[in-house]
Design a protein around this ligand. Structure first.
Ligand code: ADP
Ligand code: ADP
Length: 541
């Protein structure tokens, strides 16, 4: 096996040529004998946004501790006394020399956004406005909260905020600081695409003020939009990690998706991840699972109201669901499940839905294996191992307690639990949150293969456009004004769906000429204008 999966390779890709090997040179830092070792370091640069692309557990946080002068790198000699002189010597003549010298002269101040925003209420008690006032060194909190769309929640206690609101509060609380070096560990979880693009713009604006920004991000369309240069991190999570010298953002992402790092001569994945340039044809396959009529539902006078166009969902398909947060996607699912009755339109199919919510809450004092065994009798069978545990990389965490899992681990357990239930319809809300890029690809395959092999139907809500593209057979587009009114279109083909969705956002994608990968167009560029005129926002005509 390639070390990722438990039993036999579910992707028929056992022929791994050159799995990353630990380098035969001095590491930047090693925690101890037989402990994790980091090779290389990202090089922050004034006035630039530097991205890091790579899996979890590969040493990104370690690197930031070094760049923030919280760890003195030991160059592999974990018994020696910390010695910056040796480090400066080792990095003389590299892109990092200037930064490390400034760090030694105590001329670098650091601001950081943590990866797991759900934990903020554990460490801060009070109103959001108080949190922001305490860190607003640049005096821009009002402006940032306005632009991030969280002005209406600043008077709320922090523990009443949703994950999407916390993510934006955390971003604001980092960007209001007056620092030289900003480290942002994942900016997109729980944000819809409009909010992701806003966050990217704010980070770029701050970098233009001659500050260095280092961003870890797994939503590749956003990373592509955001970063001026990119380090790829690869290796064996938990064992060793290598941070490559900076690459161009476009080249780095292309090589990453292709599975092969050119300068390093390193294959990091057996096969390339490919996007279809032309919309796939899917009309006319799959039996109808359910037909539903036009429906309306509101939560009371003057509160949120949803209008649903009639439509059908098919067996065997993955239906991608796109649209902003707060637009009625969960309300629609509750109508399908019969947990809510429509005010207008009658629907009594009551589908049995297995649901993975956006905010995963499985914190019970229980081991992962016991939890999953309590959900399905298939637990531990070779079929279950191959189709669910393998692709979701569960074998390494089976014996851990649910309460000890990281965000990405919890997400994978929750996806496995959702797919393991007996149900008519699997509804997954933001399965990409906190998964690294590799895990997104594996989770995408697990969901697709599972629905194909078992004549099941999945509906997947996600804001990572690459994941939606790789996952979906058809799309359902939600639009309207969040928290006021929503409109759910009927499920349509990919081209029609992407055009409707992206025209609402006023964003077009072009294709990378070498790999066919979709890339966000600069607003107002020639391609952007041409495509808008032609009404082709995503796929080539
Ligand atoms: P990432 O940010 O890419 O997820 P980290 O830098 O947090 O990765 O961790 C990389 C590896 O280093 C992990 O396997 C982690 O367990 C290990 N590690 C982190 N801190 C220490 C430490 N103080 N002592 C030993 N190992 C550590
Ligand atoms: P989405 O899944 O697209 O984020 P939801 O369907 O969860 O959207 O919610 C749409 C809107 O309806 C939101 O403004 C939400 O606050 C509101 N809402 C959801 N459930 C209720 C309820 N039980 N009572 C009143 N308002 C609700």
């Amino acid at each position: 096996t390639c070390g990722i999966c438990v039993e036999k390779c579910p992707f028929d890709a056992i022929e791994i040529i050159n799995l990353p090997q630990e380098l035969d040179e001095e590491p930047t830092h090693r925690y101890g004998e037989n402990s994790f070792a980091l090779y290389g370091l990202p090089a922050p640069e004034d006035g630039r946004v530097t991205g890091i692309l790579g899996p979890n557990g590969i040493g990104k946080t370690t690197a930031v501790h070094i760049l923030a002068d919280e760890i003195t790198p030991n160059l592999g000699d974990f018994e020696a006394d910390p010695d910056w002189e040796r480090v400066l010597e080792a990095y003389r003549g590299t892109a990092l020399q200037g930064y490390l010298e400034d760090l030694q002269e105590a001329e670098v101040t650091v601001a950081r956004k943590p990866q797991y925003v759900d934990k903020i209420p554990d460490t801060f008690d009070g109103k959001t406005s108080e949190l922001l006032a305490g860190v607003d060194e640049r005096g821009v909190a009002d402006d940032l909260t306005e632009r991030l769309g969280i002005a209406s929640v600043v008077d709320q206690p922090i523990d009443t905020l949703s994950g999407g609101e916390l993510q934006r509060v955390a971003l604001a609380a980092t960007l209001v600081r007056d620092a030289d070096f900003y480290f942002l560990d994942e900016i997109t979880p729980y944000l819809d695409i409009g909010q992701r693009v806003t966050a990217a713009r704010l980070i770029q604006e701050l970098s233009a003020d001659d500050r260095s920004m280092l961003v870890v991000e797994h939503d590749l369309a956003v990373l592509d939009l955001l970063a001026d240069a990119l380090h790829v991190a690869y290796g064996e999570p938990g064992v060793f990690g290598v941070v490559t010298p900076p690459k161009s953002t476009k080249g780095g992402i292309n090589q990453y998706l292709g599975g092969y790092l050119e300068n390093e001569n390193m294959r990091i994945r057996p096969e390339a991840i490919e996007f279809e340039e032309h919309a796939p044809r899917v009309e006319g396959y799959g039996e109808t699972l359910v037909e539903y009529p036009e429906m309306r539902k509101s939560y009371g006078e003057g509160e949120f109201a949803l209008e649903v166009d009639s439509g059908e969902i098919r067996e065997n398909e993955v239906l991608g669901i796109v649209g902003p947060n707060g637009i009625g996607k969960s309300t629609f699912a509750k109508l399908l499940a019969g947990r809510l009755d429509p005010d207008e339109g009658s629907f009594d199919a009551r589908l049995d839905i297995s649901y993975k919510p956006q905010y995963v809450e499985i914190d019970r004092p229980m081991r992962v294996d016991a939890f999953l065994a309590s959900i399905t009798d298939d637990f531990g069978t070779s079929y279950w191992n191959t189709e669910i545990a393998g692709p979701l990389q569960l074998d390494r965490i089976m014996e851990q307690q649910l309460t000890d899992l990281s965000g990405g681990e919890r997400q994978r357990v929750a996806i496995a639990a959702c797919l393991s239930e007996e149900a008519d319809l699997y509804l997954l809300d933001e399965p990409s949150a906190h998964l690294d890029v590799e895990q997104r690809v594996l989770a995408t395959r697990a969901i697709r293969r599972y629905t194909e092999a078992h004549d099941k139907t999945a509906m997947v809500i996600d804001h990572d456009i690459y994941m939606i593209d790789l996952l979906s057979d058809r799309l359902q587009v939600f639009e309207g004004t969040p928290a006021e009114r929503g409109h759910a279109g009927r499920p349509v083909g990919m081209r029609e769906g992407m055009n409707a969705f992206l025209s609402n956002l006023d964003v077009t994608f072009r294709r990378d000429e070498r790999t066919g990968r979709p890339r966000i167009n600069k607003p107002g560029s020639q391609k952007d204008r041409e495509q808008k005129n032609a009404g082709e926002y995503y796929y080539a005509p």
